[in-house]
Ligand binder design. Structure first.
Ligand code: NAD
Ligand code: WQD
Length: 349
């Protein structure tokens, strides 16, 4: 066991919970902060069930400076992995101030507290959304940045804040990770993505159709310049993404500086290919209709992941079949997500 702890903000969320599993498996001591605004404490209980490890959980909002101070004063923290944030693109257009306050003020509070307690190692969750509409693919880290919605701008602004922070004090070690499209779930099927309400993202939507909760998938446009006309994305298994954090953290702990990495597979799949892969994994027909393009969507987005491979010694191990099979297992075993009225269904396929 390490003497110093890794603080994980937003640890009860989709990517955070999977990352904590890998951190605990590797022997790190973990402390979680979450306000459970988009997650459930049950996710963390299940992380303990998977790993057999206990860890400290603070039900704290990162906007609450006194709460943050309590966490930093009570623990010896070596590094922070900062997932906490709001992430729904559409919602960010409706309530931009809420997004700017939560994501940016929250990150400023966190960094100020880190500075005060001399904790200067940070891994930050950014997003491929900061590339806006890329001119070419695959997308490398040095491509122009241009977010197209308030959510994306919070990520872009935080990245800039972190670059300024490093310039002001080069004792910091900051790793910015730009995720592409995380899907899938832990192979146990007991933790996974649990969106509230009608899902915005493709995979949770398909899962709800497969299970009969929603009638059909609306495919947002089939006139993109792609092989079948539907949008192409770089879907990455959430466990590979979690392992990417482990590699990034280990690199961060050895160095000082600021670096940015794409975490993607380098491969793109169309919406129709994903529907078809899900049909195969589930053994169920997924009805769909073609509708209008979603405003703000780009045609094609996939990563050039070579920098992460070269510098973090990280590559993905799980292909698309495993991604959709694991999403389906999680959906079947937890038809109501982490809520109590769960009924276990048999996994097909
Ligand atoms: P998530 O919503 O499942 O997890 C975020 C967690 O942060 C939740 O548990 C939420 O309750 C918590 N949180 C939010 N605001 C908080 C606050 N003020 N104080 C304390 N806790 C707070 O989302 P996720 O998919 O796990 O994403 C994690 C991070 O990765 C986010 O920053 C997100 O923007 C980023 N990201 C996600 C994706 C994706 O497609 N899932 C892609 C790129 C980047
Ligand atoms: C994937 C593809 C849609 C839903 C978003 C955020 C991004 C990042 C990841 C946080 C696209 C199509 C979708 C549906 C569809 N999150 N689609 N019908 O838009 O690539 O990325 O999540 O940082 O910032 O923008 O992901 O899952 O919404 O869409 O046809 O009901 O599926 O048009 O081609 P996206 P997504």
């Amino acid at each position: 066991m390490y003497e110093l702890s890794i603080l994980v903000t937003g640890g009860a969320g989709y990517i955070g919970s999977h990352t904590i599993v890998e951190l605990l498996n590797k022997g790190y001591d973990v402390i979680v902060i979450d306000n459970f605004s988009n997650s459930h404490p049950e996710a963390l209980r299940r992380v303990s069930e998977i790993t057999g490890e206990e860890f400290k959980i603070y039900n704290i909002d990162i906007l609450d400076r006194l709460g943050l101070e309590k966490v930093f004063s009570e623990n010896s923290i070596e590094a922070v992995i900062h997932f906490a944030g709001l992430k729904a693109v559409g919602e960010s257009v409706e309530v931009p101030l809420h997004y700017y306050k939560n994501n940016i003020t929250g990150t400023l509070n966190l960094c100020e507290m880190m500075q005060k307690y001399n904790v200067k190692r940070l891994v930050f969750s950014s997003s491929a959304t900061v590339y806006g509409n890329p001119k070419t693919v695959p997308i490398s880290e040095d491509f122009p940045l241009n977010a197209t919605n308030p959510y994306g701008r919070t990520k872009l602004m935080i990245e800039e804040i972190l670059r300024d922070l490093y310039v002001s004090d080069n004792q910091w070690s900051i790793t910015i990770l730009r995720y592409f499209n995380p899907i899938g779930a832990h192979v146990s099927g007991i933790i996974g993505e649990d969106p509230t309400g009608i899902p915005n993202n493709l995979l949770p939507f398909i899962s709800k159709v497969a299970i009969g909760e929603l009638k059909e998938v609306k495919v947002f446009g089939n006139h993109y310049p792609t092989k079948d006309g539907t949008g192409i994305r770089d879907y990455i298994h959430v466990v590979d993404l979690a392992l990417g954090h482990l590699h990034a953290l280990e690199n961060n702990l050895k160095t000082k500086g600021i670096s940015t990495y794409n975490l993607g597979t380098g491969k793109g799949y169309s919406v129709l290919e994903i529907i078809s892969a899900f049909e195969k994994a589930s053994g169920r027909k997924i009805p769909y209709t073609i509708t209008e393009q979603r405003p703000g969507d780009v045609a094609v987005c996939f990563a050039n992941p070579v920098k992460a491979k070269r510098e973090l010694q990280w590559t993905v191990e799980r292909g698309i079949e495993e991604m959709v099979a694991d999403s389906w297992r999680w959906q079947c075993q937890n038809p109501s997500g982490y809520r109590e009225e769960n009924k276990i269904l048999t996994v097909t396929g």
